[in-house]
Design a protein around this ligand. Structure first.
Ligand SMILES: Cc1cc2nc3c(=O)[nH]c(=O)nc-3n(C[C@H](O)[C@H](O)[C@H](O)COP(=O)(O)OP(=O)(O)OC[C@H]3O[C@@H](n4cnc5c(N)ncnc54)[C@H](O)[C@@H]3O)c2cc1C
Length: 301
């Protein structure tokens, strides 16, 4: 359960107080506003605020006085054109602010996306909760033998049980020591900013994270991708589901051109042309490296 009943009641109270506005409103996003979308065992994402909608992208692209065109088809065509031609600034006119609760090791990957504004829960000021990410058995996998940066088969039997036991015991022990060091019963109590250094990377932290739609798409392209680690991918997927409801036209273009599309190098185009002309092209004759060729064949056969 990522939130207490009091926190859930606060969210419902905020949702029970709608106000009239002249600003652009996305009905799809209004349904998500403030609500918790659970991720992993104790984490979540929730949309705290947003600015703009599909029409705002069109409006900015045209530098118009009204709210986009009256014709959805025209708006969709323009949005797809913008996405196709990497004309990205109109997408920056839309913004989103999220509240995210996530394990520290996921936060370390996430924070690499520099084009966002972040404010994190202070473990100097406050005491962290006793909450740790423990993978579900189906995600407790062995090191991949083909990909140094990935996982392979799921662990099973005594090895899985032993690993889970170690993860749980170490987290509990570290947190017990954290509490002992902080305690002021009969001692001064170590400063919170120092006591935290003994905590494991699977402890949960929280932050507010604000970014624009262009940079969010970049984040989703990298982190909702199958090459991303499962534990950050599930956050990206939860955000993507909200974005789909927020800006369905822009999300459709993103899915088509970025998530579903591929970029072709000049060498790849040349190989495709030679193949279309009936030639059998080998990796050696393609001018591509083995790695490039493997990725090319994965898409084109
Ligand atoms: C599958 C995967 C594996 C990874 N493995 C590693 C790893 O092993 N080690 C590691 O250290 N990282 C790793 N990363 C992180 C990766 O290298 C990037 O740091 C991360 O994905 C953020 O990407 P970004 O810089 O494009 O995004 P952002 O920081 O959000 O930037 C978005 C875009 O803004 C522009 N930009 C932002 N800041 C600057 C700047 N200062 N100067 C110029 N342009 C800027 C760039 O065009 C950039 O693409 C990995 C990422 C993925 C998805």
């Amino acid at each position: 359960m990522p939130l207490t009943p009091e926190q859930l009641a606060e969210i419902e109270a905020a949702r029970a107080n709608p106000r009239h506005t002249l600003r652009a409103v996305s009905d799809g996003m209004e349904a998500h506003l403030y609500r918790v979308h659970p991720v992993l065992d104790h984490g979540f994402i929730r949309v705290i605020d947003y600015m703009g909608d599909d029409a705002a992208i069109v409006q900015a692209a045209r530098v118009s006085y009204g709210a986009g065109t009256k014709h959805v088809q025209n708006d969709e065509g323009l949005i797809r054109y913008l996405m196709r031609h990497w004309h990205s600034t109109p997408f920056e006119m839309c913004e989103i602010k999220l509240h995210v609760k996530l394990p520290v090791f996921v936060a370390r990957q996430w924070i690499r996306h520099r084009t966002a504004n972040v404010n994190e829960y202070s473990a100097r000021y406050s005491i962290l909760d006793r909450e740790f990410y423990i993978p579900a058995p189906e995600h407790l996998a062995a090191q991949s033998t083909v990909n140094n940066q990935g996982r392979g088969e799921v662990l099973s039997g005594p090895e899985a049980a032993r690993v889970l036991e170690i993860l749980k015991r170490d987290a509990t022990t570290a947190y017990d020591h954290y509490e002992t060091m902080l305690s002021q019963e009969g001692q001064q109590g170590l400063a919170r900013e120092l006591a935290r250094m003994n905590l494991p990377m699977n402890i949960y932290t929280q932050w507010y994270w604000k970014t624009d739609l262009h940079n969010l798409f970049h984040f989703l392209r990298l982190r909702a991708d199958s090459h991303a680690q499962y534990e950050i991918r599930v956050y990206a997927e939860a955000i993507a589901a909200c974005v789909k409801d927020w800006v369905p036209l822009a999300y459709g273009a993103f899915e088509d051109y970025r998530m579903g599309g591929v970029t072709l190098s000049a060498k790849a185009i040349a190989v495709l042309k030679r193949r279309l002309a009936g030639e059998t092209v080998t990796q050696e004759a393609s001018g591509m490296s083995k790695g490039e060729w493997r990725e090319f064949v994965e898409v084109w056969g």
